[in-house]
Design a protein around this ligand. Structure first.
Ligand code: ZN
Length: 300
């Protein structure tokens, strides 16, 4: 998408982070800042009137072209976002440009004479693009294109968690270092995944242990409940035995009491028996006396 913002600065280098933030949507600016700190912004080619760049977005790589022309900032991005007045990728590029341009400006002033006399800048387009950034000395545009070509399938492979495609054969330099860095990150991701898998299996083992312990605990609880029931039954039995014992001791006391009464009654009876015996013997005496009294007259 393309956007056009009026801009009072006549050089991109005059734009400050504050100015960029002032014209940006707050959340887009925040995301752009995250892209910047995550090192996801690459300036391919730039001078104070235009920037060609690439940003690794959340769903792939997007290319930007930002121009400062006739008091307007014209930004173009290959993304489909409709952020106004500029997408997060273009904001990130403008922020990156502040960082990117500073060391070059100081270098330019220290080699000012050299830049002025060197004809290699060439008076193309009325000399407007006279500054060829030294970035191209570190990174060749052809290498960048090769890298970007590799990056697309690499991103897809990363999304699908498949092994990264073989890196292109490049001379040692910034690009091969980027590829190496991506490979290292992927290796680290794989290692983390392995650690995660082992942690997951450990977690499963722990879960199984916990399940086992829970079962044992339930069995113990059941046993303890059964033991409690048995104890209650035993208590009830003991209580009923106690009742029986109390009854038995009461009966014993009654029997002892009855026995004492019987003894008293027997004593009474014996006494009465001896009285009767005495009475019988005195009757006998009377009878004998009477008999003799009756017999005597018959002899006369
Ligand atoms: Zn964009």
């Amino acid at each position: 998408m393309q956007n056009r913002i009026s801009c009072s600065a006549d050089r991109l280098g005059l734009l400050t982070s504050e100015m960029i933030q002032a014209i940006s949507d707050a959340s887009a600016f925040q995301i752009a800042h995250r892209y910047l700190t995550a090192n996801r912004v690459r300036i391919v080619e730039a001078d104070d009137s235009q920037i060609t760049s690439a940003v690794v977005g959340n769903a792939g790589l997007y290319e930007q072209n930002i121009r400062l022309k006739d008091g307007h900032l014209v930004s173009k991005c290959s993304c489909a976002l409709t952020d106004e007045p500029m997408c997060r990728h273009c904001i990130a590029v403008l922020l990156e440009y502040q960082r990117w341009a500073k060391p070059r400006q100081s270098r330019k002033t220290s080699y000012a004479n050299e830049s002025l006399t060197t004809p290699q800048g060439g008076p193309s387009d009325n000399g407007k693009r006279a500054t060829v950034p030294s970035f191209t000395a570190d990174v060749k545009l052809s290498d960048v294109m090769v890298f970007l070509e590799w990056l697309q399938p690499a991103m897809k492979a990363l999304e699908r968690q498949e092994p990264l495609p073989a890196p292109p054969a490049l001379a040692p330099g910034a690009i091969s270092m980027w590829i190496q860095a991506i490979n290292n990150l992927e290796d680290r991701r794989r290692e983390s995944e392995e650690v995660m898998t082992s942690l997951e299996s450990q977690l499963k083992d722990r879960d199984a242990d916990v399940g086992h312990l829970t079962q044992q605990l339930q069995t113990s609880l059941r046993e303890s409940n059964a033991a409690q029931t048995t104890t209650q039954e035993l208590r009830r039995e003991v209580a009923s035995y106690k009742e029986v014992l109390t009854r038995v001791s009461e009966l014993t006391a009654e029997i002892v009491r009855h026995a004492a009464q019987m003894r008293a009654v027997t004593g009474d009876m014996l006494q009465k028996g001896s009285h009767l015996e005495k009475l019988v013997s005195s009757f006998k005496d009377v009878a004998e006396t009477l008999q003799s009294a009756v017999v005597l007259p018959s002899h006369e």
